[in-house]
Design a protein around this ligand. Structure first.
Ligand code: UDP
Length: 254
């Protein structure tokens, strides 16, 4: 682990002060939690895979013109990111019913939604991340209406782009959670995609078999958890250095 000054420790990552002002280092742990910390465990190699998968997805998203906090990967478990002020709202985009959505609305898992649905949750461990509406976000000034508009249009672009990217490697993007931050630069402030995008924060199902390739394998004790994360990396053609290199998967065309 790094000797840098620790700023924050979350459930799956540790945030350190970065080498230059205005930067942070995200260290990806193997720790996994679910059900607001009531289930804990480790998934061997998860940190290495999520660091690489998140680097890859953030880079691709940056290439289509959506600004992100990602700067560069430093090593197997660490990446350098821009320091941002995190907006305390988790944006969830759903394409297929699953998880808490299925439970809340009584819509069986796997039902295709008539269109993509965006939900917001207030980032609060004490309150168990309650679902909220745009009204709460703007009334309590967690984000301004203009910032929220920006977050919604970025989320929909990210959903369209990632749905296609994953579909190209035989994976259905069922849903995902993203976070945004304010990046301050001189007089200017802009909203950028922050945190991570990985099988910890997405539901990813095999297109043919509906096999789950994400954290639901851990949440629901389905077994083969590290293998599922590795399979996502393999299909994206980005198994990390040091990992198996003898398996050739389809490559995303660029
Ligand atoms: N999610 C997340 N962090 C959270 C809550 C949800 O990354 O604190 C992700 C989750 O992996 C899934 C999506 O957001 O891809 C929607 O999760 P849901 O609301 O269905 O909650 P869950 O059933 O996972 O509790």
């Amino acid at each position: 682990m790094s000797r840098r000054r620790q700023i924050y420790e979350g459930k799956a990552k540790v945030i350190f002060e970065g080498p230059e002002p205005g930067t942070l280092v995200q260290y990806f742990k193997d720790d996994a939690t679910a059900f607001n910390n009531r289930k804990r465990g480790t998934i061997t190699g998860k940190g290495v895979l999520n660091n690489r998968i998140s680097e890859y997805l953030m880079t691709r998203i940056g290439e289509i013109g959506v600004p992100t906090h990602f700067l560069r990967r430093l090593n197997m478990r660490e990446q350098l990111v821009k320091e941002v002020e995190i907006i305390p709202v988790e944006v969830v985009v759903r394409n297929v019913a699953a998880g808490s959505f299925s439970k809340r609305l009584g819509i069986s898992e796997g039902t295709r939604l008539p269109r993509s649905i965006i939900e917001y949750y207030y980032k609060s461990d004490e309150l168990d991340d309650p679902i909220i509406t745009e009204e709460h976000i703007t009334a309590f000034a967690w984000a301004t209406p203009a910032e929220l508009d920006e977050m919604v249009s970025m989320s929909l672009r990210i959903n369209d782009f990632l749905s296609g990217l994953f579909f190209g490697v035989g994976i259905r993007l069922v849903d995902f959670k993203i976070e945004f931050g304010r990046y301050y630069q001189e007089e200017d402030v802009r909203i950028v995609l922050a945190d991570e995008i990985s099988p910890d924060s997405c539901r990813l199902w095999d297109v043919e078999t509906d096999e789950k390739l994400d954290k639901d394998r851990f949440r629901r004790d389905l077994g083969n958890v590290p293998e599922a994360y590795q399979e996502v990396a393999r299909r994206l053609g980005i198994l990390p250095e040091g990992g198996p290199t003898d398996i050739k998967g389809p490559k995303v065309m660029q």
